[in-house]
Ligand binder design. Structure first.
Ligand SMILES: Nc1ncnc2c1ncn2[C@@H]1O[C@H](COP(=O)(O)OP(=O)(O)O)[C@@H](O)[C@H]1O
Ligand SMILES: [Mg+2]
Length: 465
């Protein structure tokens, strides 16, 4: 069939070509009722070849996904038994705006861009749960539908259960620099969820930077030009440096799942709880890394882990200061935050309980009040924050209030502790959000803990046995 203005395709009339991809041409068309569509035609050079099988696979896939939110829906399609110059397959989708046409680069646009990528990530996570892999993510294949909804298009390389075995590939899939290394060369029939993570990470980087193409390989944080926050110096862009380094790791097993990737973006978007200040020495440290350069990667990693843990611990300073102030007023003497103070019972130590991960560092700060109940007993109230850096690259934050009675200086059992924890990858927005929430909860639980503290003193005063 001839692709030209005024030509008829089914009940559609072609108007003008609006796109060109690796497989063919996309034309804007209208029907007699004035409805518009984008019609994709396969280049006739590919008839009878593997690309035609893929095109048919795309149609087969979209036919089953028309109801799925987040996927550019199929309006209509046509598949002849045998394709000829006069009679080729086509598929029609609603006209949408391609991500390449949106102005999404720069600091001002970052929140909008994160919203779009997050939405795409959530859709992909659901597809991945059904063993459906896109394998060709890039800005050219993502769209905004109806001016608001981010959707995924171009399922020309999709792999899904029930796809024809003869379309297994022995050639490189996808587009250069967006494509995960495991899809290059002999692209295996392997679950490609992590390959989608790789490509979406590159897509995110390229859109935020405003560059034409992403750089090849892993987006390493220690190469300034590859760092997301260097391309898009938003105050909170530092979180994406690690996410994108991990997302583009060479080995699929070192990358997060699409679900985790999307969750990290949603955590970044969540409004921050108010009241607690934030210290991000991480960004400053990265800017000045040459001053603090360390010799080898293992040592650098270790230092970074400890530094991230220390940052989290410091972020609790305002909370502990507030607790110290409130307790000072309560017990009518001055109470200070004890930095690096450390006498938590062993049962609160993560690594001692689960030995599969090793401890890289552990530190704690606390506010402590001790009152003498009688000649034998003292009672202490500890309000503490403990942070552990673990060798599986996660950080554990434990906060709590403990009422600790002592007899002749020896610790008796801890009386009704209140503790809560978060375990998350370091330098993640989720960890920051959860830490802030823990800080708020710690403050909220000071009242009940103080009540316990007073009751215990009273009890020991009236019944010293
Ligand atoms: N529904 C649509 N609305 C607007 N433009 C589209 C639409 N579908 C495709 N295009 C344009 O055509 C290009 C190629 O379409 P695509 O489905 O990606 O085909 P290919 O498999 O050849 O890459 C897209 O990058 C986009 O610019
Ligand atoms: Mg395409």
């Amino acid at each position: 069939m001839k692709l030209a203005q005024g030509e008829r395709v089914g009940h559609w009339t072609l108007q003008r070509q609006i796109g060109k991809g690796g497989n063919g041409f996309v034309w804007l068309a209208n029907d007699p009722e004035g409805r518009m569509a984008a019609i994709k035609f396969l280049n006739s050079d590919h008839f009878g070849k593997q690309r035609e099988t893929r095109f048919r696979d795309e149609i087969k896939f979209l036919t089953n996904e028309t109801k799925r939110p987040g996927v550019l829906p199929l309006i209509e399609c046509y598949v002849p038994d045998i394709s000829t110059q006069e009679d080729g397959p086509w598929l029609a989708t609603p006209v949408a705006k391609c991500f390449t046409e949106l102005e999404l680069a720069g600091v001002e646009k970052l929140t909008e861009l994160v919203r779009h990528i997050e939405a795409v990530g959530q859709t992909l996570a659901k597809l991945h749960a059904e063993n459906k892999w896109h394998r060709d993510l890039k800005p050219e294949n993502l769209f905004i539908l109806d001016g608001t909804t981010p959707v995924i298009g171009d399922f020309g390389l999709v792999d899904f259960p029930g796809k024809d075995a003869n379309t297994r590939d022995s050639e490189t899939l996808g587009s250069r620099n967006y494509t995960a290394p495991e899809l290059e060369g002999d692209a295996a029939d392997a679950p490609a969820g992590k390959a989608d993570v790789y490509s979406l990470a590159k897509t995110f980087w390229v859109l935020a930077s405003g560059k034409r193409y992403p750089p090849p390989g892993t987006l390493r944080m220690d190469t300034p030009e590859l760092r997301f926050s260097k391309q898009c110096p938003h105050p909170r862009a530092g979180y994406f440096d690690r996410l994108l380094e991990d997302g583009t790791a060479y080995a699929p097993s070192d990358r997060p799942t699409m679900q985790c990737f999307a969750e990290e973006l949603s955590a970044w978007l969540k409004p921050q709880p108010i009241g607690i200040g934030r210290t991000d020495l991480g960004a400053l440290a990265r800017e000045n890394e040459s001053i603090f350069e360390v010799e080898n990667k293992t040592e650098r990693d270790r230092k970074e882990r400890i530094q991230s843990a220390e940052e989290i611990l410091r972020s609790f300073d305002p909370v502990l200061s507030k607790i110290a102030m409130d307790l000072s007023a309560f017990v009518k003497r001055e109470i200070h935050v004890e930095k690096g103070a450390y006498d938590l019972p062993g049962k609160f130590h993560f690594v001692e309980l689960f030995r599969s991960v090793r401890l890289v560092s552990r530190s704690a700060n606390q506010v402590k009040v001790t009152v003498t109940a009688n000649h034998r007993f003292t009672v202490s109230l500890h309000s503490f924050v403990q942070v552990e850096a673990l060798d599986n690259d996660t950080i554990r934050v434990l906060v709590g209030h403990l009422v600790q009675p002592r007899a002749n200086g020896n610790l008796l059992i801890v009386w009704k502790p209140w503790t809560k924890e978060a375990i998350r990858p370091r330098s993640s927005a989720q960890l920051e959000n959860e830490s802030k929430a823990l800080g708020i909860e710690l403050l909220e639980n000071l009242g009940p803990a103080s009540r316990e503290f007073v009751e215990k003193i009273r009890k020991l005063q009236s019944d010293p046995a």
